[in-house]
Each structure stands twice: as structure tokens, then as C-alpha cells.
Write a protein that binds this ligand. Sequence first.
Ligand SMILES: [Cu+2]
Length: 279
Amino acid sequence: MWSRRSHGARIAVLSVIATLIVLPLVIWVLGPSMPPGDFTTAAKSQVFDNTVLLVVMTPVTMFILVYLVYALVAFRVPRGDADDRDGAPIRGHMPSQVAWLVVTTIAVLFLAVFGTAELVANHGSGGGQGPKPLLKPSGNSLPVQVIGQQWQFTYRYPTYGGVETAQLELPVGQEIEFHVTSIDAVHSFWAYQLGVKADANPGVDNVAFVKPTKVGTFQIRCAELCGLWHGYMFDTGKVVTKAAFVSWIRQQRILLAPIMKYLPPYALTYSPDPTYRAG
Ligand SMILES: [Cu+2]
């Protein structure tokens, strides 16, 4: 029989070989197909982050799989072993304890530092930062308010007269500053391909930054169970050229001008009359 030491060495060598085979597939095949795609700077950085997580997981996963297969083959009870003896205990086995502590400590500390650095570098990575965002992109950003309500999202553009639209359109190549809020229950504004997910709380102005880099459509969903028709709260948004955006918003302002007088003035949060919804 092999000694315990040679079992350890074999498992280590097989794990390294398996990792070297799988790692390129993870980085160049699986990684680029990770969600949420390459529609915005935030989405791209999330794909990168997901790939890094996979890379960190790969050696651990390969070790577990190699160990499983190795144990099935090498530690099998010999046929006719009437005693049904247990394996030798490894309590107090210093090398495996040290390896366990070192590997998990390095992985956790690396991910903590990496995650923080990514969050800072990508201005919050498309997540809501609350009313006073610490991580702001440089240059001008276009403010777009997202208002969650049972059961749809509407959008206000304060730089275009505070017009409130039922569709979301964004100009490509422009840094967007979403101001996400709600006028009733807690919702969550999830624009999947934009890489944006921000809670919509009544009375809170939740700011999230994103810069669309491609023209096209994206899915919007409410990601917080918000009542009976929560599942109905989906929508398709559009990223368009700057010229198309300017003409669209001009049209919206003309179209919606007659109802502007019924809207409250643009504000970061709204407090509707409670009796209005209570009936
Ligand atoms: Cu909702």
C-alpha cells in the first residue's frame, strides 16, 4: 500500500494538473460568457469580477473533485474485507491544517481587497450608494430618476424639464446618474444588461452610476417582492445615439406637456398623500 505521504503528494499533483487544464477554459471560454455582458462599463467590470471569482474557485473545486475520485479509487474497501475497518484518523495532521488555514486566509483576504478595489474603481459597480455617493465618476453625468411604484417604474429627467416617462431611454457614451426611489413599497431597480441593481425605497434617494457603451435594448425588472403584481414589473429600456436621445426626449416633452401640471415638482424623494393609495 502507498503511504499517507504519497497519497497526499499524488492528490496535490493531480489537483495541480487538473487546475492547469481547466484554468484556460475558465478564463477564455467560460469567463467571457458570464453575466451580465458588455453593455456598460459596470457590466464589463462585473464580468471581469465574476471571472476572477471563478479563477479563485477553480483550484479549490479541482482539489475537491480530484480528492473525490482518488478516494473512490484508492481508499476503496478491499473485496472480502469482513472487518469493514475505518480509515486511519488524521486528527492533528499539521500539514493539512496549515494548508487549510493558509489557503482560505489568502483567498478571503485577496477577495476582500480585490472586491473593495473594484467597487472604488468602477464608482460603485452599478450598485446603489445611497443619497450621498462616495464613489463618483469624473465629468458630467446625466441625472435620471427612477420611481418605483406598484407596479411599474417611471423615469424623470430633471435636466429636461422634469418630464416623467414610462419608457427608459439613455444616450450612449454618457455617464448616467440614476436616482432610484419609490412612492410606495420597497422595490429594486434591476437593469440586467446595464449591470445596475439598486433598491428603490420610499423617502430615499439611492444613487447609482453607469455608462452605457453600446446601442441596443436592455431588460428592466423589479428585484424585490413588492406586492401582487411584482412579476408584472418588467420593461425594456433602450440605449440610443445622442442625437436619437435628444429628439426622443424633445418628443416626450411635447407629448407629455398637458399632464405636467398634475405632477409634483421634481424632487429627490416624494411623499404621496397616504389616503390617495389607501382609497
Ligand atoms: Cu416592485
